[in-house]
Design a protein around this ligand. Structure first.
Ligand code: GLY
Length: 369
């Protein structure tokens, strides 16, 4: 068992990493919450499998559970989903000493976390991530939230409403990845690659050496990747919980990626959008001489070797993409805030001319490669 403790303003919490953990989670959860009553917010895709294992075990330990399945689709990650959890909590009589448990991927964790942050002005939450993306990124660090309709661009603004609400415990069991579609495994690998690029060349080497197996969904060797990727995330959120400095680096690829993720015709998962976003960010960085063209190419190679897309599937007008980026919640006084690879890591830049950003988008159009 690996256990990493994270310092956070709500109090320190453990990330426990071990195989075959879900059916043994009761004592660990009981150690952080004595209420014995919980809403189990579960991705309906894992209701019959991982959520059932967690529920059966907790019930055998005397917990009273209200099970609340969610369809984990980005367009449903809106306030109505949070209101549904509030209603389940009200019906179950969940009080301030009780708990919300999230079993699923990033969407379920973010929505359940926001419900926990807001129900009775905040109750405990345990994250049980069942996707690679959520294990290494979304379940750690306390970002919660929902998407918000933006009338002027006619699409959802990603995570525009939410709260920082750190979990009381994160349980990571790589056995849960056995039911994950390969495309979703690759999506999680994009976040692992992001953590490697912002600060862990050893993780980058490990990803490259394991790339063929990982991209094919063969996950026997995934545990050290998960541990190293989590270690990067832990270090960053401990340094800057509320994203006023170093945590912004975790948005590498995201300001670009968030502009393309909602475009239905591209049909991109979050990780795929981040992958293309990282390629665009690398092109932008190379244009600004923050990295060499060789480093730009090596980042593209890393992502491609993990089976991730490195360009758009069809042409998207650059004007549309620039307009979508201006809605990013990290824009400051109308100026884009971009995270760009730089040297051995990454930097935050508020001063990138729009022509450079436009050039970066041209670099990921299908006719550019
Ligand atoms: N996923 C980015 C962050 O947690 O800050």
């Amino acid at each position: 068992m690996t256990c990493m403790q994270v310092a956070a303003s709500r109090g320190p919490y453990d990330i426990v990493i071990e195989r075959d953990l879900l059916g043994r989670c009761g004592p660990m959860i009981a150690a952080v919450n004595s209420g014995r009553r919980a809403v189990l917010v579960e991705d309906e895709a894992v209701s019959a499998t991982h959520a059932e294992v967690v529920a059966a075990h907790l019930q055998s330990q005397g917990w009273t559970l209200s099970r609340h399945p969610l369809r984990a689709e980005e367009h449903l990650k809106q306030m109505a989903a949070v209101e549904g959890i509030w209603a389940a909590a009200a019906a179950a009589g969940v009080d301030r000493g009780d708990l919300i448990i999230a079993v699923g991927g990033g969407i379920v964790g973010d929505v359940a976390g926001f419900a926990a942050a807001t129900w009775l002005r905040g109750i405990d939450v345990v994250q049980v991530p069942t996707t690679l993306l959520s294990m290494v990124d979304a379940s750690i660090g306390g970002k919660t939230g929902v998407n918000v309709p933006l009338a002027d661009v006619g699409q959802l603004g990603k995570n525009m409403a939410g709260a920082f609400w750190s979990p009381n415990l994160v349980l990571v069991d790589a056995d849960a990845l056995g039911t994950l579609p390969v495309r979703e495994v690759r999506s999680g690998l994009a976040e692992c690659a992001k953590h490697a690029v912002i600060g862990d060349r050893a993780l980058e080497s490990l990803l490259l050496s394991e790339a063929e197996a990982l991209a094919a969904g063969r996950l026997d060797g995934v545990d050290p990747v998960i541990e190293q990727a989590i270690a990067v995330k832990r270090a960053v959120v401990q340094q800057d919980e509320r994203e006023s400095g170093a945590r912004m680096l975790l948005n590498l690829g995201h300001t670009f990626g968030h502009a393309i993720e909602p475009i239905e015709s591209l049909d991109l998962t979050h990780g795929e959008a981040v992958s293309i976003g990282m390629v665009a960010a690398s092109a932008c960085a190379a244009g600004l001489n923050l990295i060499t063209r060789e480093r730009e190419a090596s980042i593209r190679t890393l992502l491609a070797s993990l089976g991730l897309p490195v360009c758009l599937q069809h042409t998207v007008p650059v004007d549309h993409l620039l307009a979508a980026m201006r809605h990013d919640k990290k824009a400051v006084a109308g100026q884009l805030r971009l995270v760009l690879p730089s040297g051995d890591g990454a930097v935050v830049r508020d001063d990138v001319p729009m022509e450079r950003v436009a050039s970066a988008w041209h670099a990921v159009q299908p006719d550019a490669v």
